[in-house]
Design a protein around this ligand. Structure first.
Ligand code: NOJ
Length: 515
């Protein structure tokens, strides 16, 4: 595995909302550069930045109009180059967000593809051979271009799908994955990746990585083949390049497609979701990290362990505090609950990903849709740095801000959290500091479950010489676990040792080093 990933801790930046350096109300690359030391001091040594390319922003930049051009609102390609350099000076790494499955409908390739005359780009997208022809099982659009056909879309209407072919083509217009037109799409994507890698980026978070080949089988063998070819081509030239997939199927993504990392995503009711987001509109909340929940960690482990085991030693199955597509963790968890949740996420195997602002407990705001965000919009508000104008995010007039800042009572800020020693921010920082000093956290094939019972709330796990004990509940639990000979290296709450037993007090988390 790429060496630097073993000790990587990622910080996700939504560039629109991180730091505005030129007073136009929207975050930009120079703003990110200004705040690199903040990210490093928190204890993160790697960054994933959401799309920053030229775009009409119908889906916040996941609708790319020009893959090789930085969107003017964020700066220039020169700024990007400078960002890469500044990141590397600090011995950090940075991943850009690659959107390989679709472009914006305003991309030049798509303009050419929609023309009646056949040209180099006619088959860059997937067109049926007649405007009236239905594309079974796939979303498609007709009535927009002069070409006689309907085209397949990948997500929103504005995102026509690029053509990587069909696993088992059944119609003339469906191409096999090794058709020259599909190989040309791959080549174009490799060219784009090389462009940014050459400039200094360290790899990519890959959007909808599983979506490339259409009518693929359950394990996505067609898409895996395409990725494995593309990743190999890249790694021949850039052996250190890192790839993390938006897939949530590490067996395919890591085991077959060649990614080094895959995310455990927040699918409704799945193991990850049950940790911090198992609530509904009626006020019910049974998330594992709610202190009054009834849930045991088994519900998470049932899904996590088989996937972890399947790829352990080969790649990293990564846990996230949140991302730009989901409701912020602080929506339902209070500060103590968040501390425990983060202590867990940051000490499990895999490279952890912290979504900007989660480290200070930024809240979810109920906001109207912006740039295709819909319910995601409320998790994309400007970073709250301090108590100055617009929480230190921007000098612009409030009306110009990309999204409003959280002006509610007790809105968390970096400044306030840094002043309070027992804040979430300092907790995250302390754990990351410990993480950076313990070899056990750089190996990722060493997870052992020590205690996880259906009818108990506590969870104890081990990684080499480190034992993590977590009791997220509102009552103490006594477990038959002997830590009498061990040294405590981190503690939230408290724990009492008595012979072969220990009592973990309510809402406590401890890390012990065994002899
Ligand atoms: C997943 C991205 O995370 C999301 O923000 C985007 O809207 C879709 N893919 C479409 O690209």
């Amino acid at each position: 595995m790429t060496e630097w990933l073993k000790s990587a801790v990622f910080y996700e930046i939504y560039p629109q909302s991180f730091k505005d350096s030129n007073g136009d109300g929207i975050g930009d690359i120079q703003g990110i550069i200004e705040k690199l030391d903040y990210i490093k001091n928190l204890g993160c040594n790697a960054i994933w930045m959401n799309p920053c390319y030229d775009s009409p922003f119908m889906d916040a930049g996941y609708d790319v109009r020009d893959y090789k051009k930085v969107a003017a609102r964020y700066g220039t390609n020169e700024d990007m180059k400078q960002l890469f350099e500044e990141v590397h000076v600090r011995k950090m790494h940075i991943l850009l967000d690659l959107v390989p499955g679709h472009t914006s409908e305003e991309h030049q390739w798509f303009a050419e593809s929609g023309k009646v005359e056949m040209n180099e780009y006619s088959d860059r997208y997937i067109w049926t051979d007649n405007w009236f022809k239905r594309a079974e099982g796939l979303a498609y659009i007709a009535g927009e271009r002069e070409r006689n056909g309907a085209y397949i879309i990948n997500f929103f209407k504005c995102q026509p799908a690029l053509n990587y072919g069909f696993l088992h083509p059944q119609e003339e217009w469906q191409k096999p994955i090794d058709h020259p037109a599909c190989l040309a799409t791959r080549k174009a994507m490799i060219d784009i990746m090389c462009y940014w890698l050459e400039m200094g980026c360290d790899g990519f978070r890959v959007d909808m990585a599983d979506s490339l080949v259409k009518n693929d089988d359950e394990i996505k063998s067609g898409t895996c083949k395409v990725w494995s070819d593309m990743i190999h081509a890249i790694q021949e030239k850039y052996p250190e390049a890192a790839f993390v997939s938006e897939w949530n199927n590490p067996q395919s993504a890591i085991g077959m497609a060649g990614f080094q990392m895959d995310f455990f995503l927040d699918w409704v009711g799945n193991g990850y979701n049950l940790l911090m987001r198992d609530y509904d509109d009626t006020g019910r909340d049974d998330s594992f990290f709610k202190k009054d929940s009834t849930r045991s960690i088994q519900d998470f482990l049932r899904e996590y362990i088989p996937k972890y085991e399947a790829v352990k030693g080969k790649g990293l199955y990564c846990l996230i505090t949140g991302n730009h597509d989901m409701i912020r963790a602080a929506y339902h968890l209070d500060e103590n609950e968040l501390k425990l949740a983060f202590a867990f996420l940051l000490t499990m195997p895999g490279a952890p990903f912290i979504y900007y602002g989660d480290e200070i407990g930024m809240r979810y705001l109920n906001l109207p849709c912006k740039e295709g965000g819909y319910t995601r919009t409320g998790s994309r508000t400007p970073m709250q740095w301090d108590s100055s104008k617009n929480h230190g995010f921007s000098e612009a007039d409030e009306v110009l801000l990309y999204l409003p800042t959280d002006d509610g009572e007790n809105a968390p800020t970096v400044e306030a959290q840094q002043k309070r020693d027992d804040s979430l921010y300092h907790t995250v920082r302390r754990i990351l500091d410990i993480r950076s000093k313990q070899d056990a956290f750089t190996r990722h094939d060493n997870l052992e479950i020590v205690f996880a019972e259906e009818d108990r709330r506590s969870f104890v796990y081990r990684r080499d010489d480190l034992v993590m004990l977590c009791n997220p509940s509102d009552h103490a639990e006594t477990l038959e676990i002997d830590v009498s000979e061990s040294d405590v290296i981190f503690m939230l709450g408290s724990l009492k040792k008595s012979g072969n037993n220990c009592t973990i007090e309510a809402q406590s988390f401890a890390i012990y080093r065994t002899a």
